[in-house]
Design a protein around this ligand. Structure first.
Ligand code: DQA
Length: 146
């Protein structure tokens, strides 16, 4: 059964937000982003879990767990795995809820290897280039469509 429950997944190197190429990724830390999302979810009666991992298998484990625990939606920034990971795509294909793919930067204005996303083959929506606001827009959309 799908509940008012959302999982936010951040891929590799996003733990460095705030200090990692701030001209591209902004000055907010991942803690800042996650706490704003938690507050936004709580204000609407939703349960929100945030996970970051630099390891592909850990992201897959989290997606698999979400299949079984009633999670209604996954908001995922797969970071560099966006462009390489068939395994994350396969895991998301086995998840029945809503999937929203988020990128802080506009990947289409960057190097050509960032233009292709495996995850977009599954995502119900993709938000790129809005910075951290992209996560909050994704959460708002998830909660509005429930
Ligand atoms: C990113 C874009 C990816 O190409 C890159 O590898 C990242 C972050 C973004 O949020 O803009 O690590 O997903």
């Amino acid at each position: 059964m799908s509940q008012r429950k959302v999982l936010v997944l951040h891929g590799p190197n996003l733990n460095l937000l705030g200090t990692r190429q701030p001209e591209i990724y902004g000055h907010e830390t991942l803690v800042d982003i996650d706490s704003a999302l938690r507050a936004q979810a709580a204000a609407n009666g939703w349960e929100l879990t945030c996970r970051q991992s630099n390891h592909e298998g850990e992201l897959i484990d989290a997606i698999q767990a979400a299949r079984l625990d009633g999670t209604a939606a996954i908001i995922i920034n797969p970071a560099a795995y966006t462009h390489t990971s068939v395994a994350i795509l396969d895991a998301l294909n086995a998840f029945e809820g809503t999937v929203i793919e988020v990128h802080l930067s506009n990947v289409h204005r960057r190097e050509s290897f960032r233009h292709h996303s495996y995850v977009s083959l599954r995502a119900d929506a993709v938000i790129a280039g809005l910075g951290s606001q992209g996560y909050r827009a994704a959460l708002e959309a998830v909660m509005a469509s429930a």
